[in-house]
Ligand binder design. Structure first.
Ligand SMILES: [Zn+2]
Length: 159
């Protein structure tokens, strides 16, 4: 890892609300890809927008916070049981997509999805957003088989 990567890893570690979750994402190969895919500017934006990550185990899990969160903090929850069904690239793309939502709270419905997809695409994960949607349709049809999924795949495939 470069010096910059180490700095980025330090910032990211501060955004993670549970240490066990970091180790689980690391085992899946997602944690490092997430850090590499984000620039220091991207990470500064996470800090400025009070965005945190809380990896959890569905259907329910708990963890004690070791820090005080400001009003308006935005917690991206990551279901480890689901994300492990995807490849490390797809899992990283899914988390990048969610960051895109957190940074564009004013956009709703399909426009919010497009903005979130663009965030992942701009960091090199377009093909993995597409493959995560295709895989999602197979393994979680009740959540993924939708008009919105089709519109997103079509837009990503033709842009
Ligand atoms: Zn979304």
């Amino acid at each position: 890892m470069t010096e910059e990567d180490i700095k980025k890893a330090e910032v990211m570690a501060e955004r993670m609300l549970n240490v066990f979750g970091i180790s689980q994402l690391a085992i899946m190969g997602i944690y490092k890809k997430l850090i590499i895919s984000l620039s220091l500017t991207d990470l500064d934006e996470l800090v400025k927008n009070k965005i945190y990550f809380n990896p959890i185990f569905s259907p329910a899990s708990q963890n004690k916070l070791k820090k005080t969160l400001d009003d308006g903090s935005n917690i991206i929850t990551i279901d480890l049981n689901t994300i492990k069904l995807f490849s490390s690239d797809e899992g990283t793309a899914i988390i990048l997509h969610e960051i895109g939502h957190a940074l564009n709270p004013e956009l709703n419905n399909i426009n919010g999805e497009y903005a979130a997809d663009d965030y992942a695409c701009n960091r090199g994960f377009k093909q993995f957003i597409i493959s995560s949607l295709e895989k999602g349709k197979l393994i979680r049809p009740s959540e993924f088989v939708s008009k919105s999924t089709e519109l997103r795949i079509e837009r990503l495939s033709t842009s």
